[in-house]
Design a binder for this molecule. Structure first.
Ligand SMILES: C[S@@+](CC[C@H](N)C(=O)[O-])C[C@H]1O[C@@H](n2cnc3c(N)ncnc32)[C@H](O)[C@@H]1O
Length: 465
């Protein structure tokens, strides 16, 4: 293990005091996750695209080093559930928490998935019900296409009839789909109940095929990565006379289920929590206790929101419409610490809250987006964010630093998805802070850093778990 600095100081003291990063020790963890295939890991991971999500291989690099089967692995900002799913797939108890109901749905669908049998049986039931009721839903979709502002459709999850309409369909939703596809979506959206495990799994799988640029998606109006701005979508559709080809929701879903179940769901189940990361500890402890699992967390692998907040509602408006969530409300609820000082205070609160549920030798892996510029404009306070996070959020709460690892390639790939290549490098480098909850945790982090990790997937040793 080396004690080389993560970044050398090359400027005078005045500049350093202003912006440049502090010198923190690097940790010798080879970034082997970068060398793995894009879809490395369990087949449930690519359920639905999600901005700034981890590659599963990155989480494996830390789960394999810093936890054992049966340990609790937590991500307080779980997004689409990469850490908890990969943890479950490796025989750990993966616990994910997110304040965004869409992220919570994806996490829950992965750590408490439907069985293949339950999912295919429910899909068959839906097809049968659709065949019996199709005329009414197609008539409703036709009225939506004629006049989206005037037509009224049932609310998501109410299991009501096409004639029980109460809410309009946004024009940009209507324009995205062929009439029959829209009719099927309206039927499925009304029928699926998100608190039911199997229905939630199917709903999450449908969000993953709603839009994208190939025949496996229900609309080709937008790329799969995120929903484009509604006004842009309306203008684009008008300008290009966009008419979506007919895509069958049930066939698309059946094909998606085949892809998701390429590997059997993990035998170890996890826990998905919905709420603020600042009070996750009590909720996690309660859920672990209620399910008879260990109450102490041995490993945290997480990526807090970026300094420049990604609008998870706005960039997923078509998916949130399908699920019956309010995109604007999601963005209002999510943390809005755009500036460094409140961001660091926020992170400190999260770390303070976590303390009581951490095992004495717990290790924390915090992937911090080191944002330098946003679409070419310099972001104040972005540089050296990881160092500040240690100095102003982790160290004052008693955490011990094992070292910093860099993840530059992954960061560029993640954020250019959102802002496009022409936007330049939105995120310069992700820095991975590796902390011990105590000195014992720090020592464990250092001792396991040089360990060899098995990148065979699924690994031989886990097949029997
Ligand atoms: C960088 S993303 C994490 C992505 C995740 N690592 C993955 O692989 O999908 C940050 C997440 O923090 C969530 N978030 C923002 N503010 C939050 C808060 N106060 N409490 C909990 N989650 C929050 C966002 O909804 C988003 O999913």
């Amino acid at each position: 293990m080396s004690a080389r600095p993560a970044r050398t100081r090359s400027a005078n003291a005045g500049q350093l005091a202003l912006e440049l990063p502090l010198e923190l020790p690097a940790i010798d963890i080879a970034p082997e996750w970068k060398a793995q295939q894009r879809l490395w890991g369990h087949s449930l991971h690519p359920m639905c695209s999600y901005l700034a999500s981890f590659p599963a291989a990155l989480t494996h690099a830390f789960i394999a080093r810093y936890s054992r089967p049966g340990d609790v692995v937590l991500d307080p900002f779980s997004g689409r559930g990469t850490t908890p799913l990969q943890a479950c797939a490796e025989g750990r108890i993966g616990v994910g928490n997110d304040l965004n109901p869409f992220a919570h749905l994806l996490t829950a669908a992965k750590v408490e998935p439907a069985s293949r049998a339950a999912a295919t049986t429910r899909l068959a039931q839906l097809r049968l019900a659709w065949n019996a009721e199709r005329a009414g839903w197609i008539a409703l979709a036709a009225t939506v296409h004629q006049d989206p502002a005037a037509a009224r459709v049932p609310t998501a999850g109410t299991a009501t009839r096409p004639t029980d309409g109460v809410e309009p369909v946004p024009a940009e939703v209507a324009v995205a789909f062929h009439t029959t596809t829209l009719a099927q979506l309206l039927f499925v959206r009304t029928t699926l109940r998100l608190h039911d495990r199997t229905d939630r799994f199917l709903a999450a799988a449908i969000t993953g095929i709603l839009h994208g640029k190939s025949a496996s998606y229900l609309s080709e109006l937008m790329p799969n990565t995120f929903s484009m701005a509604p006004r842009y979508v309306r203008d684009f559709a008008r300008r290009t006379h966009f008419a979506s080809p007919e895509r069958d929701v049930f066939d698309g879903l059946a094909a998606k289920l085949d892809r998701l179940f390429r590997q059997p769901p993990p035998r170890t189940e996890g826990i998905a929590l919905l709420g603020d990361a600042r009070d996750v500890a009590g909720r996690a402890r309660e859920a672990l206790r209620a399910s008879g699992r260990p109450e102490r967390v041995r490993l945290v692998v997480t990526s807090p929101p970026y300094l420049r907040v990604v609008k998870y509602g706005y960039y997923n408006w078509l998916r949130t419409w399908f699920l019956g969530f309010d995109a604007r409300r999601i963005d209002d609820t999510l943390d809005d610490a755009h500036h460094r000082a409140p961001y660091l205070a926020f992170l400190r609160e999260v770390l303070a809250d976590l303390r009581p549920i951490l095992a004495d030798d717990a290790v924390l892996v915090l992937v911090i987006g080191d944002v330098e510029t946003d679409r070419g404009r310099q972001i104040r306070g972005g540089i050296g964010l990881a160092e500040r996070a240690f100095e102003q959020a982790a160290e004052p709460e008693g955490y011990r630093l094992a070292g910093v690892a860099l993840d530059d390639v992954a960061a560029v790939r993640k954020m250019t998805k959102l802002w496009g290549d022409e936007a330049g490098r939105a995120t310069k480098t992700d820095r991975i802070l590796i902390l011990g909850a105590t000195e014992a945790g720090r020592r464990r982090a250092l001792a396991a850093a040089p360990r060899d990790v098995d990148w065979t997937w699924p690994p031989q040793a886990l097949r029997s778990l």
